[in-house]
Design a protein around this ligand. Structure first.
Ligand SMILES: [Zn+2]
Length: 533
């Protein structure tokens, strides 16, 4: 191809624009731009490199992309974002945020990371009464968008309690009706927590049956699968992943793995095996994806990590009665010791509960102070109820980086509400900024456009939200604006209550939820109902 002198090209282009009939230019000025973000570098979220674009917003939509000065765009308000990076708002694909609480609905720790949409009802925890919940969100206001799963554990407990048995036909019908109601009311799909009681009592077939109702509505299947690698006397990581894929394949739904990363020192270095399990299914045509966060610690609760299912059957009172029987307690302590070994030992379990004498300390420290063995200390703590706990070093940092490079990997905080002074998992404050700063910018594990794609368009498209996740005309104006030099997570395991740095503005549905480095107090978020937008 002959090379075209640049000056000639410009002349030709200018000529074309001048000759074009009114309104037919490449970037016609829209009738009305209320807000113009001018002079910034735009990563569109599709994985492309950044380009200079001014972004025009009207109402809740992006209505203009281009060079506003050249196109003669006039705006109600112009905000200079030169020197800054603009991306679609981030999707937190696995969040334990509770938008019903005053603290939760402001979602401040999410905004500091550029998150504009959170996915809740995960790990099997979402209730089926979606319409009421969403109406409450709409009437009281929420800072970020939310899309939600109906949860298998939640409906199974409502119908069958904590019983370790198969459902009767009548119970199965009841559970299906609950899934159906949630789907009718806008749920994005079904979530399970087959690792947790009572989901763990369900067979593969039970979940397939329920997931078929989900499939009728075009929902996705979200799995905290049976054995992330550190479950006790369970099926093992590989079989667990295969089970979840089977559930999606037989029912006819896409599958997304929550916090995908093989757990335990015995799985260190197995990132490629974990990736292959998903890639083999994708090669067969199954739509399987995953989300993860960049930390090596998990966070859950002491009972789930240290007490075998049989000892918890029937609930708290039944469990404490077993503690009181010396023979049963001795058997239990032996199994708790085995469970602790899988998790790296009592020194790897760090409490995140404000209960007296526990917060921020390890199980090993607490047991030593009480002059008990670790299993004895576990029983003493659980007599007064369950306790939040982190499991340090359960994920391999190398695996996490390997998996971050897969083109089906999204990002999540997996984070709860970090309110109060107690020690919390830093992921609530820094999962997205840590991935950007460390994996993309400092280490070059992934490129910035690739990282942003996994946090935005990949998630929105997977969930079927066709007008979200990209900076594109006609799309919802969910936009994060960063100072690239300053992006950084500050929260640590030792000092977790620190907001991320580098986020300048966050716009949600066309309104500033976060401006000039601070939350505005506005509540522009909305429930995103599947298929209804
Ligand atoms: Zn989970």
């Amino acid at each position: 191809m002959k090379r075209f002198p640049l000056s000639l090209l410009i002349l030709v282009l200018v000529g074309m624009v001048c000759q074009a009939p009114a309104g037919a230019s490449a970037n016609p000025a829209p009738a009305e731009v209320e807000l113009l973000l001018a002079g910034g570098r735009v990563l569109d979220g599709a994985g492309n490199d950044w380009v200079y674009r001014d972004i025009g917003i009207s109402g809740d939509r992006i209505v203009y992309l281009g060079n506003a000065r050249l196109d003669g765009v006039e705006a109600g308000e112009t905000v200079d974002v030169s020197g800054l990076l603009l991306t679609p708002g981030f999707w937190d694909m696995h969040s334990h945020g509770n938008l019903s609480s005053e603290y939760g609905r402001q979602a401040i720790h999410k905004l500091y990371q550029g998150i504009t949409t959170i996915i809740t009802g995960v790990d099997g925890g979402g209730n089926h009464d979606m319409a009421n919940l969403y109406e409450r969100y709409e009437s009281r206001g929420i800072a970020v968008n939310v899309a939600r799963f109906v949860g298998h554990n939640r409906i199974r407990r409502a119908v069958m309690g904590r019983d370790d048995r198969a459902p009767t036909d009548g119970e199965m019908e009841q559970m299906k009706a609950m899934v159906r109601q949630a789907m009718e009311e806008g749920s994005i799909g079904l979530s399970t927590g087959l690792f947790y009681v009572p989901g763990t009592y369900a067979t593969t077939d039970e979940v397939v049956e329920l997931n078929k109702v989900n499939a009728e509505y075009g929902g996705v299947y979200d799995t905290h699968d049976r054995d992330l690698g550190a479950a006790y006397q369970s099926v093992g990581f590989d079989a667990s992943v295969k089970e979840a894929i089977e559930i999606g394949e037989r029912a006819g739904t896409p599958v997304i793995f929550s916090h995908y990363n093989p757990q335990g020192a015995h799985n260190y270095g197995r990132g490629p095996d974990a990736a292959a399990l998903i890639e083999d299914a994708r090669a067969r045509g199954v739509n399987v994806m995953a989300a993860h966060h960049p930390y090596t610690a998990t966070h859950s609760n002491l009972a789930s990590y240290t007490i075998p299912d049989w000892a918890r059957d029937g609930g708290q009172e039944a469990m404490v009665r077993r503690f009181d029987d010396p023979e049963t307690a001795a058997k239990l302590d032996g199994q708790t010791a085995e469970m602790l070994a899988i998790r790296g030992g009592a020194e790897k379990l760090r409490f995140t509960t404000t209960r007296d004498g526990l917060n921020g300390r390890t199980l090993a420290e607490v047991a030593a102070e009480w002059e008990l063995t670790a299993p004895q200390a576990v029983r003493r703590i659980l007599r007064d109820g369950n306790a939040g706990v982190m499991n340090l070093d359960l994920y391999d940092a190398w695996n996490t980086r390997y998996l971050a490079r897969r083109d089906w990997m999204m990002t999540c905080t997996d984070g709860g509400m970090p309110d109060g002074d107690g020690v919390v998992h830093p992921r609530s404050y820094g999962a997205f900024t840590k991935k950007l700063r460390r994996f993309a910018m400092d280490e070059g594990v992934i490129t910035l456009p690739f990282a942003v794609r996994g946090m935005t368009s990949l998630a929105a498209a997977f969930l079927g939200f066709e007008r979200h996740g990209l900076i594109k005309e006609g799309f919802y104006a969910d936009i994060a604006v960063f100072n690239l030099d300053e992006i950084e997570d500050l929260a640590t395991y030792e000092d977790p209550h620190q907001q991320s740095k580098g986020t300048v503005h966050v716009i949600i549905n066309g309104r500033f939820a976060f401006r000039d480095g601070s939350p505005t107090g506005e509540l522009p978020g909305r429930p995103l109902r599947r298929g209804l937008r």
